[in-house]
Design a protein around this ligand. Structure first.
Ligand SMILES: Nc1ncnc2c1ncn2[C@@H]1O[C@H](COP(=O)(O)OP(=O)(O)OP(=O)(O)O)[C@@H](O)[C@H]1O
Ligand SMILES: [Mg+2]
Length: 289
């Protein structure tokens, strides 16, 4: 008569090897703006993260918010501009980025974690000065600098400070807005920020949740594993484009810097994070050296 309950217990115990493997380990989760559109899904993502914390891992969230920023920009009559997947950030755009990413999305995630029983602490820009930044110049094919305005690059991360909060039981929620030496703020691509944070924290895993199944090939088929060589080829051919360029580049950077595993997975799948962490069934794209 308890059969269905015994079955359930069996499912729970299947997680044991993964719990042992990741106990006390840092897991950086890049939560893409593109994957936060559905409120139900949003709840399941945050639930998974609170779950990870309470089974003894150290999850940390770095979030994006591209679609929401674009919506606000268009409302104000500003056309969003991207070069090679990077947002061109003029002063007016930076204001919107700070308002939407820092003001709105960050606090929404923090309050959702609290509502679901976790402890969370939001950091962005001057709040905690967790990400130090400097101006980022992209280079064109001739090596000439392209000015992207207040678009920044990570200069450093206050990882000891983050570790302190995590040890106190908090889930840090980071917006990818960094602070320069002069106190100027910079908008940083959230994938790049997540990869840098994962490297500084020596994370066991970096998971990038997005709104596609992973990296897709020219026929739209999922590439289950990608290395630097394959990525270069797909970028050159234009198969990897837009926001997937900084995502793949950042993933490769993190792997090179010693992050244990890097996965680009579909944030639209309910409990995608649990599937990734507690099963051998590799969903999405695994990035390797
Ligand atoms: N080869 C490819 N495989 C999969 N997606 C690709 C590919 N090339 C380009 N893309 C685009 O990359 C997008 C994902 O990057 P995007 O920056 O839009 O989302 P995100 O990083 O999850 O969110 P945010 O930038 O708001 O944090 C996909 O929605 C897809 O349109
Ligand atoms: Mg992106």
């Amino acid at each position: 008569m308890f059969e269905h309950l015994i079955k359930r217990a069996g499912i729970v115990i299947e997680a044991l090897p993964y719990l042992i493997k990741f106990y006390g380990k840092t897991i950086v989760i890049k939560y893409g703006g593109a994957a936060m559109k559905d409120p139900e899904l949003k709840k399941s993502v945050i639930q998974d993260i609170v779950f990870l914390k309470y089974v003894g891992m150290n999850p940390i969230i770095v979030h994006g918010g591209g679609p929401e920023i674009n919506k606000y920009l268009i409302k104000q009559g500003i056309e969003p501009v991207f070069v090679g997947g990077y947002r061109v950030t003029d002063a007016a755009t930076l204001k919107v980025v700070e308002k939407v990413l820092g003001g709105k999305i960050n606090s929404e995630i923090v309050s959702m974690i609290k509502k679901l029983g976790g402890k969370a602490k939001g950091f962005w820009g001057k709040k905690g000065k967790v990400i130090k930044a400097f101006k980022y110049y992209k280079k064109d094919e001739h090596g000439n600098k392209i000015d992207l305005g207040f678009t920044g690059q990570v200069a450093g991360v206050r990882y000891r400070y983050l570790n302190k909060w995590m040890k106190l039981g908090y889930i840090p929620v980071l917006t990818s807005i960094g602070v320069g030496k002069s106190g100027k703020t910079y908008n940083i691509n959230a994938d790049k920020a997540a990869a840098a944070i994962a490297s500084y924290l020596k994370a066991a895993k970096l998971v990038l949740l997005t709104d596609v199944r992973g990296v897709l090939d020219k026929d739209g088929k999922l590439v289950s594993e990608i290395n630097a060589y394959k990525a270069q080829k797909l970028m050159k051919a234009g198969v990897i484009s837009g926001g997937m360029i900084p995502k793949v580049k950042s993933s490769l950077y993190a792997i090179k810097k010693g992050v244990g595993n890097v996965h680009i997975i579909d944030g639209r799948v309910p409990h995608a994070l649990l599937l990734e962490l507690f099963t051998d069934f590799g969903i999405g794209t695994m990035v390797v050296k």
